[in-house]
Design a protein around this ligand. Structure first.
Ligand SMILES: Nc1nc2c(c(=O)[nH]1)N[C@H]1C(S)=C(S)[C@@H](COP(=O)(O)O)O[C@H]1N2
Ligand SMILES: [Mo]
Length: 416
C-alpha cells in the first residue's frame, strides 16, 4: 500500500526470509507462510479459475499477503515471544495465525482425547473433566483482547523498537468460546473461606498463577474455541483459561489443574516475575487489570507517507476495566486534540477500532492517541506514568505513543 509498509519486512528480515525457508517445491518457495503459490493468469476472465478444495479443504491466504508474527530476539528459542503485526490489522479481530505468542517452555503437543482438567482443594467434590465433558456444558462466546503486561517493556527509557508491531504487538483480539469457570466451580461446590484459585498449565513451564475467586466466579472462561474453530496450539490447545481484562500471564494455556485455596499461592510468576518495581524499591504484586491504552497503527513507525494530502488515521484502544468511551487524536504532540470515531461494536474489555480523517500539510508532525474508558480513566502521557511509577516496573506500560512524521514523510517512534 505505502512504501514504508513493505520496508518493514526489510527492517526485520521478516516476510522475505520466511518465504525463502519454505522447502516444499519450487512454486511453494515463493509463497509466504500461510499461502500457496499459483500462477497468475494473464486474463482471469478468459479461462476457468482453479477448482475448489485444491488446497485440501482448509483455506489459505492470498499469495500476495505476507504479514507475519515477529519473534522478539531473545537468547533462548525455548522461552520466547512473537508479536502481532498491528500495522496491517483491520477491524478488531486478530487472525488466529497472527495472534501474539508467549511461551515459557515452548508449545506442547497435547492429544485432546488424553487431556483432562482437575478441580480440587477447598471444594465439596473434587472433579476431573475430559474435553468431551467440558464441551457438554453450557457454553459462551466472548470477543476480547489479551495483552501481555510486558507489552512495550522496551519503551520505558527511550524509543527503542521501530514499528508498532515491536512497541505494541503483544496484544491481540479473538472471539473465544468455552465454558464459564463459574459453571465448573458450582459443580464442584466451593467451600466457605475459599478466596483464590491456582491455575496450572501442562507445558514444560508448568506455568501457575493465582486467581481471585471473585474473578473466577464473575467472567472467567475455560476456552476451547478461538475465532470459530478449536484453539490454535500456540494459544493453548486444547484448553486455556481466559480472565477478561487481566494481564496475559494469568490466562494459563494448556490448562490441566485448578486448586481452590483460602490464600494466593505466591508462585514464581507472581513474586519473582510479573510484579512492578516502584521507585522506592518496593514491588507491587497482583497488578492484574490492564490499564486503558491506545495506539495509532496507521500511520506508524517505519512507514513513509508518500505525499502530503489525505490520510485516514486509524488505531486500536482497549481497557481491562470495561469499554472504551472515547479516543482523541493529536497531530501536534499533544497540544490540541480531536475526537476520533469509534467503530461499532464497542465491546467490554476488547480492542476498539478508531479512525479519524487527516490532511497532512507536509510539515513535521507528532501523532498521538489518548483513550478514556468507562471508569473515567484517561490514558497517561509517558511523563505522567514515569512520575507515578518510575522506569523499573518493566510491566504495564500504557502511556500515550508518539509517532513523528518528518517532512519527507518518514514515520518514527519518538518520546516527546
Ligand atoms: N501454560 C502456560 N500458559 C501461559 C504462558 C506459558 O508460557 N505457559 N504464557 C503466559 C503469558 S506470559 C501470556 S502473555 C499469555 C500469552 O497468550 P498467547 O500466547 O495465546 O498470546 O499466555 C500466558 N499463559
Ligand atoms: Mo505475558
Amino acid at each position: 500500500m505505502f512504501p514504508g509498509v513493505s520496508r518493514r519486512g526489510m527492517l526485520f528480515g521478516g516476510a522475505a526470509l520466511g518465504a525463502s525457508l519454505l522447502s516444499s517445491g519450487q512454486a511453494a518457495a515463493q509463497a509466504p507462510p500461510g499461502a500457496i503459490e499459483y500462477p497468475v493468469q494473464p486474463d482471469s476472465t478468459k479461462e476457468q479459475g482453479r477448482v475448489i478444495l485444491d488446497d485440501g479443504g482448509y483455506g489459505s491466504r492470498s499469495q500476495f499477503e505476507n504479514e507475519l508474527r515477529w519473534r522478539y530476539p531473545t537468547d533462548s528459542l525455548d522461552s520466547s515471544w512473537s508479536l502481532t503485526p498491528l500495522a496491517a490489522g483491520m477491524g478488531i479481530i486478530t487472525p488466529s495465525g497472527l495472534h501474539f505468542e508467549r511461551h515459557h517452555g515452548g508449545i506442547p503437543t497435547i492429544d485432546p482425547e488424553k487431556h483432562s482438567l482437575i478441580v480440587h482443594g477447598m471444594v465439596d467434590k473434587p472433579l476431573r473433566f475430559t474435553m468431551n465433558d467440558l464441551k457438554r456444558l453450557p457454553s459462551v462466546s466472548r470477543t476480547m483482547f489479551i495483552e501481555c503486561s510486558g507489552n512495550g517493556l522496551s519503551e520505558w527509557d527511550k524509543p527503542t523498537l521501530k514499528t508498532v508491531q515491536g512497541t505494541h504487538g503483544l496484544t491481540s483480539t479473538s472471539e473465544w468460546t468455552g465454558v464459564l469457570l463459574s459453571t465448573v466451580l458450582k459443580e464442584a461446590g466451593i467451600q466457605d473461606g475459599a478466596a483464590w484459585i491456582l491455575a496450572e498449565g501442562a507445558d514444560a513451564a508448568v506455568m501457575t498463577r493465582s486467581v481471585p475467586i471473585d474473578k473466577a466466579m464473575d467472567d472467567a472462561i475455560l476456552a476451547y474455541g478461538q475465532n470459530g474453530e478449536a484453539l490454535r496450539p500456540e494459544q493453548g490447545y486444547p484448553l486455556r483459561l481466559l480472565l477478561p481484562g487481566y494481564e496475559g500471564n494469568t490466562h494459563i494455556k494448556w490448562l490441566r489443574r485448578l486448586e481452590i485455596s483460602d490464600k494466593p499461592f505466591m508462585t514464581r510468576e507472581e513474586t519473582l516475575k510479573y510484579t512492578d518495581l516502584m521507585p522506592d524499591g518496593k514491588a507491587r504484586e497482583f497488578t492484574l487489570e490492564m490499564d486503558a491504552k491506545s495506539v495509532i497503527t496507521f500511520p506508524s513507525g517505519a512507514m513513509r507517507l508518500p505525499t502530503p494530502g489525505f490520510y485516514e488515521i486509524s488505531g486500536i484502544a482497549w481497557s481491562g476495566r470495561g469499554k472504551i468511551t472515547g479516543v482523541e487524536i493529536s497531530a501536534d504532540g499533544g497540544k490540541t486534540w480531536n475526537k476520533a470515531t469509534l467503530q461499532e461494536p464497542v465491546l467490554d474489555k476488547c480492542h476498539t477500532r478508531f479512525r479519524m480523517p487527516w490532511i497532512w500539510d507536509g510539515r513535521e508532525a507528532v501523532l498521538q492517541s489518548r483513550c478514556t474508558d468507562e471508569t473515567g480513566y484517561v490514558q497517561p502521557t509517558l511523563a505522567e506514568l514515569v512520575k507515578a511509577r518510575g522506569v523499573y516496573s518493566v510491566y504495564h506500560l500504557n502511556a500515550i505513543q508518539s509517532w513523528h512524521i518528518a517532512a519527507n514523510g518518514e514515520v518514527s517512534n519518538v518520546h516527546v
